[in-house]
Design a protein around this ligand. Structure first.
Ligand code: AMP
Length: 114
């Protein structure tokens, strides 16, 4: 099956500004940042979106959740506050069919989002 864009980034086939990686996940700066700090955290496993995650992915998802805080601290946005977003499907504007957690911070973020 054709690799997703984020698999290609995770495997260093396509360049990206990687800020963190380990055996399970990769985090890199969004190419079109929506905030002063905007990082995408993706599992190496190409799960299409959070709704497609299975029980067997539980440990991987827990790993990602723990990395969110670690990466936010590394980016210097944990103390002031930041947002995590998982867009799922067309109505939410998901454009890359590979689960990714947006980590956004460095400015005041409005609620509700658009
Ligand atoms: P979503 O709309 O939730 O699917 O988010 C996809 C995100 O991927 C968008 O914020 C894009 O700006 C970002 N993106 C697309 N291509 C790249 C790339 N080559 N490197 C980094 N970020 C990208």
């Amino acid at each position: 099956m054709e690799k997703t864009l984020f698999e290609k980034i995770a495997e260093h086939e396509i360049p990206a500004d990687i800020v963190y990686e380990d055996e399970l996940c990769v985090a890199f700066r969004d190419i079109s940042p929506a905030a002063p700090q905007h990082v995408l955290l993706v599992p190496r496993k190409p799960i299409p979106d959070i709704a497609a995650a299975q029980q067997e992915d539980a440990e991987l998802l827990a790993h990602l959740m723990l990395k969110v805080g670690e990466i936010a601290r590394m980016l210097g946005i944990a103390e002031g506050g930041f947002r995590t977003v998982l867009n799922t499907g067309a109505l939410a504007g998901q454009t890359v069919p590979h689960l990714h957690i947006h980590i956004l911070g460095g400015r005041s973020l409005q609620w509700p989002p658009g």
